[in-house]
Design a protein around this ligand. Structure first.
Ligand code: ISL
Ligand code: CA
Length: 582
C-alpha cells in the first residue's frame, strides 16, 4: 500500500463503508456476513480503496441493526464467528486494505451484562454505569428530552423504581461516561481490538458522551418533548484526550468521530493534532436538510440543501479546518438517503452523469473521502411504497408517531420515508442481475431495489464509462497527485447558482530537482467545475483562462472538453501544473 508507513497514512486514503447486513450473504440466510465480505475483497481491491469501515459486527439483539451491542468482544452469530473475523482481517491486510471498526460506546444494548447488573438493584456496583434518575414529583421523567427515534428519552424501570436515559431506542441505554470505571472498561475493550490488529475506529455519536450537568431541556419539539442538550458536553474533550492517551496514541490508527450537532470550532478542538483527540469527525450540516421553508418534523419535512446551500456548508468546513484540523468527506452512509437521489438526478437519463458529478465535487475537496457501499455504482433510493417494506426502527417509530399522534396522512409520511428513510441506504448491495441481485441465494432481510437489473457491479466493473470506473479513477488520482490530498481549497464563482466551482492549490515542493528554465510553474493547481443542474451552464471564465494557459483535462464525466458551455450535470477538472505552459 502506498500509504503504509506514514504516521498520518489516512491523509491520502479513501475509505469504503460496509454495512455488513446488506453487503453479501455467504450462507443463504438472507443476511450479509463476514465471509461474504471476505469473498468481495478482490472487488474492493479493484476499486482501489485503502480502508474498510465496518458498521457494527458485534453481538447484538439487533434492535438498531447492531448499534445496540450486548458483547463488545463477540461477533454476532448472524455475521459469523471470531475465526471468520480474523480471516477477513488477515485477507484484507494481505491485500493492503485496512479495517476500521465501529465503536458504539455512547450506549450499550439493554441486554449487555453491564446493564443487566445495573438495573438489578439500586445498590448494584454497576448501577452508576448508566444514567438513572428519580421520577419528578408527578411521576414524570426527570426532563423532557426526546429519543432520536421518537418518544421520551427516559424509560421507567419497575424493579428498581427509577428512569434510565436512552438517547436512542429504549434498548440502547446511555453509558455514564462520568464514571471512571466506565471509561476503564471502554478503553480496555478498545486496546483488546487494537491488539488484534485492527486499524482504527469510527466512533458512533461520540459528541454525545458527556452529558451536561443538570440535564437541562433543549429547544421545544412536537409531542411535548425537547431536543436533548447532550452534544458537545462539558467533559467531551477531557474524555477524548484520555482515550487518546490510553489507547489511540499507542497504535497507527485512523479515528473518526461521528459528531451530530458539531460546528467548525468544536471540530477544530477535536481534530487539531496538537490537542491529541481524534483525526477527523463526521459533521452533519450538509445532510441535515434545509430549514429554508421552515420545518416541523426535523429531517422528515426538510428539503435537501440546494447547491448554493451545499456549497456554502462545504466551503465553511473546507476553510474552517484548513491548517487546523482535518475533514472527512461524505455524501452517503447507512443513515442517509442515496446521494444521487438527494443531490443529483436518479432518472435513467441523468443518473450516471449526476452520480459522477457528485463524486467529482466531493472527492476533489480536502479531507479523507468516504464511499458507502453501492455509491460507487450510483445506487438510488428504494422508494418503498408500503410501511411493511421498511425495517429501520427510526422509520417505523416515526411512521407510528406521525400517522397516529400527529395524524398526518399515510401518503405524506410514506413520501417522507421515500425521501430520507435510512432504509434507502440499506437495501442489499447490487452485485449482478441474477435473483436478489446476487446478494443472497435465500430471502433477503430487506427487499432488493427493483432497479438491480440495470444497476449492478457486474455490469459496471468492466465498463470504461461506468460510475464504478469513474470512482476507481478518482481514487487512483488521490493516491497519485499530492495536490488532491494537500492542496488548499478556494471557492470561485461564488454567485453562480448552477455551477459549484473551486480550486485546489499547492506550492511546488522545494526539495525537488530544479525546474528546467521556462518549463514549469511554481505551483500545482486543480480547477473543479460541477454543473448541478440538467440545464447547460456558461463555461466559467476561470476554465477558459486555464485552458488558454495550457491546462489539461484531468477527469470529467463527458468524453471531451466542453465547447463554451458546461453540459447537463457536467463535471470537469482541469490541471494547471508543473510542466504546463504559463
Ligand atoms: O439517522 C439519524 C436520524 O436522522 C441520525 O440522527 C442518527 O441517529 C445519528 O446520526 C446517530 O447515528 C448513529 O447512532 C445511532 C444509529 O442508529 C446510527 O445508525 C448510527 O450511525 C445510534 O447508535
Ligand atoms: Ca448470512
Amino acid at each position: 500500500m502506498n500509504t503504509q508507513n506514514k504516521a498520518v497514512w489516512w491523509k491520502d486514503a479513501v475509505v469504503y463503508q460496509i454495512y455488513p447486513r446488506s453487503f453479501c450473504d455467504s450462507n443463504g440466510d438472507g443476511i450479509g456476513d463476514l465471509n461474504g465480505i471476505t469473498s468481495k475483497l478482490d472487488y474492493l481491491k479493484k476499486l482501489g480503496v485503502d480502508v474498510l469501515w465496518l458498521s457494527p459486527v458485534y453481538q447484538s439483539p439487533g434492535d438498531d441493526n447492531g448499534y445496540d451491542i450486548s458483547d463488545y468482544r463477540a461477533i454476532n452469530p448472524e455475521f459469523g464467528t471470531m475465526e471468520d473475523f480474523d480471516r477477513m482481517l488477515a485477507e484484507a491486510h494481505a491485500r493492503g486494505i485496512r479495517i476500521v471498526m465501529d465503536l458504539v460506546v455512547n450506549h450499550t444494548s439493554d441486554e449487555h451484562a453491564w446493564f443487566m447488573e445495573s438495573r438489578s438493584s439500586r445498590n448494584n456496583p454497576k448501577r452508576d454505569y448508566y444514567i438513572w434518575r428519580d421520577a419528578d414529583s408527578k411521576g414524570n421523567p426527570p426532563n423532557r428530552w426526546a429519543s432520536a427515534f421518537g418518544g421520551s428519552a427516559w424509560e421507567w424501570d419497575e424493579t428498581s423504581g427509577q428512569y434510565y436515559l436512552h438517547l436512542f431506542s429504549r434498548k440502547q441505554p446511555d453509558l455514564n461516561w462520568d464514571n471512571p470505571s466506565v471509561r476503564d472498561e471502554v478503553f480496555d475493550m478498545m486496546n483488546w481490538w487494537c491488539k488484534k490488529g485492527i486499524d482504527g475506529f469510527r466512533m458512533d455519536v461520540i459528541s454525545m458522551i458527556s452529558k451536561p450537568d443538570g440535564l437541562p431541556d433543549g429547544p421545544e419539539m412536537p409531542g411535548g418533548f425537547t431536543a436533548s442538550t447532550s452534544c458537545n458536553g462539558p467533559r467531551l474533550h477531557l474524555y477524548l484526550n484520555q482515550m487518546n492517551e490510553r489507547v489511540l496514541s499507542m497504535y497507527p490508527l485512523m479515528t473518526v468521530g461521528e459528531c451530530p450537532g458539531i460546528g467548525v470550532e468544536e471540530a477544530v478542538l477535536i481534530t487539531d493534532p496538537s490537542r491529541r483527540e481524534l483525526n477527523m469527525v463526521f459533521q452533519f450540516e450538509h445532510v441535515n436538510g434545509s430549514a429554508r421553508n421552515g420545518s416541523k418534523y426535523d429531517k422528515w419535512d426538510r428539503p435537501a440543501l440546494s447547491m448554493p446551500e451545499l456549497r456554502e456548508t462545504f466551503s465553511k468546513w473546507q476553510y474552517g479546518l484548513e491548517g487546523r484540523g482535518w475533514n472527512s468527506l461524505y455524501l452517503d452512509n447507512h443513515d442517509q438517503p442515496r446521494c444521487v437521489s438527494r443531490f443529483g438526478n436518479d432518472t435513467p437519463e441523468y443518473r450516471v452523469l449526476s452520480a459522477k458529478m457528485l463524486a467529482t465535487c466531493l472527492h476533489f475537496m480536502k479531507g479523507t473521502p468516504y464511499i458507502y457501499q453501492g455509491e460507487e455504482l450510483g445506487m438510488t433510493n428504494a422508494y418503498m411504497t408500503d410501511i411493511t417494506q421498511y425495517r429501520d426502527i427510526e422509520s417505523l417509530q416515526t411512521y407510528e408517531f406521525l400517522t397516529k399522534q400527529e395524524k398526518l396522512p399515510k401518503e405524506t409520511v410514506i413520501g417522507y420515508l421515500q425521501a430520507v428513510s435510512r432504509d434507502n441506504a440499506r437495501t442489499p448491495m447490487q452485485w449482478d442481475s441474477s435473483a436478489n441481485a446476487g446478494f443472497t441465494s435465500g430471502t433477503p432481510w430487506i427487499g432488493v431495489n427493483p432497479n438491480f437489473a440495470e444497476i449492478n457491479a457486474q455490469a459496471q466493473t468492466g465498463d470504461e464509462t461506468s460510475v464504478f470506473t469513474y470512482y476507481k479513477e478518482l481514487i487512483r488520482l488521490r493516491h497519485t497527485l499530492p495536490v488532491m490530498a494537500e492542496g488548499r481549497y478556494e471557492l470561485i464563482q461564488q454567485d453562480n447558482d448552477q455551477v459549484y466551482a473551486y480550486t485546489r492549490t499547492i506550492a511546488a515542493k522545494k526539495n525537488q530537482e530544479p525546474e528546467k528554465e521556462g518549463s514549469g510553474r511554481e505551483e500545482d493547481q486543480l480547477l473543479v467545475f460541477c454543473n448541478f443542474s440538467k440545464d447547460p451552464a456558461g463555461l466559467p471564465k476561470e476554465a477558459c483562462d486555464a485552458l488558454e494557459r495550457g491546462a489539461s483535462r484531468l477527469i470529467g464525466n463527458y468524453r471531451d472538453l466542453p465547447k463554451g458551455q458546461l453540459r447537463p450535470y457536467e463535471a470537469l477538472v482541469l490541471h494547471l501544473g508543473k510542466g504546463t505552459m504559463e
